[in-house]
Ligand binder design. Structure first.
Ligand code: PEP
Length: 236
């Protein structure tokens, strides 16, 4: 399974280095693919079994894009994994589907592993499952769902950082629908905690989790890795 941590705008370089060391030591003993997305200023050439990815980048080698980083800055640290379409970039930073698709295409051409996020806001969810699936379908526009280095993360916007989560049944239903669109590994994200992670990981069509707030505690994140190992040993 895939256990991924989105550290967002948290931790200094020093704190990130010790986090990566602690989680790396644990992940070494695990069969899971463990990914960490640190803040931009904490990207580095870490000697680690973890996959280190970028939370974002501009679709360019370099150039005049104030405040952004491009391929050149990622290549410096041999970063070959990127998160695209996260709800905070869609809804807080205002990235359009067209721009997200452009970014996807650029990093696909560069052979990056892409964790691509989709998910509906609260009002769409409240409008029902048909509206939810229609909304998510639009987030697949311009995205090559057959890309072999694609990982998809279903993250309902209303569940991110709120402590709210869909029911297990709802996750199973949506994941089954999303699996019809792409056979790429499909992660669940949105208020994953040590108290619910094992239940999510045990579901059909859930190939891992993308974790924000709870992943800031290395010990909690390692517990989630342990859950995935346990489930695999129990033949999930
Ligand atoms: C996220 O931002 O990808 C996320 C899942 O955050 P949280 O776990 O805090 O809901």
């Amino acid at each position: 399974m895939i256990i991924a941590a989105n550290l967002k705008t948290n931790f200094t370089r020093k704190e990130t280095a010790s986090y990566i060391e602690e989680v790396g030591k644990y992940a070494q003993k695990s069969a899971q693919k463990v990914m960490v997305f640190p803040a931009m200023t904490s990207l580095d050439n870490y000697l680690t079994p973890l996959t280190i990815g970028s939370q974002n980048a501009y679709p360019t080698l370099n150039g005049a894009f104030t405040g952004e980083i491009g391929l050149e800055q990622l290549q410096e640290f041999e970063i070959k994994t990127i998160l695209i379409g996260h709800s905070e970039r869609r809804h807080i930073l205002g990235e359009s589907q067209a721009f997200i698709a452009q970014k996807f295409e650029y990093f696909k051409d560069q052979g990056f592993e892409i964790v691509y996020c989709v998910g509906e806001p609260k009002e769409v969810r409240e409008a029902g499952s048909e509206a939810t699936l229609e909304y998510i379908a639009k987030q697949y526009e311009g995205i090559d769902t057959t890309y072999d280095k694609l990982i998809i993360a279903y993250e309902p916007v209303w569940a991110i950082g709120t402590g709210l989560t869909p029911t297990l049944k709802d996750i199973e239903t949506i994941h089954a629908e999303l699996k019809k669109k792409s056979t790429a590994p499909l992660l669940y994200g949105g208020s994953v905690k040590i108290t619910n992670a094992k239940d999510f990981l045990a579901l059909d069509n859930v190939d891992g989790v993308l974790v924000g707030s709870a992943a800031l505690y290395a010990e909690h994140f390692c517990t989630m890795i342990e859950y995935a190992d346990e489930l695999e040993n129990e033949n999930k």
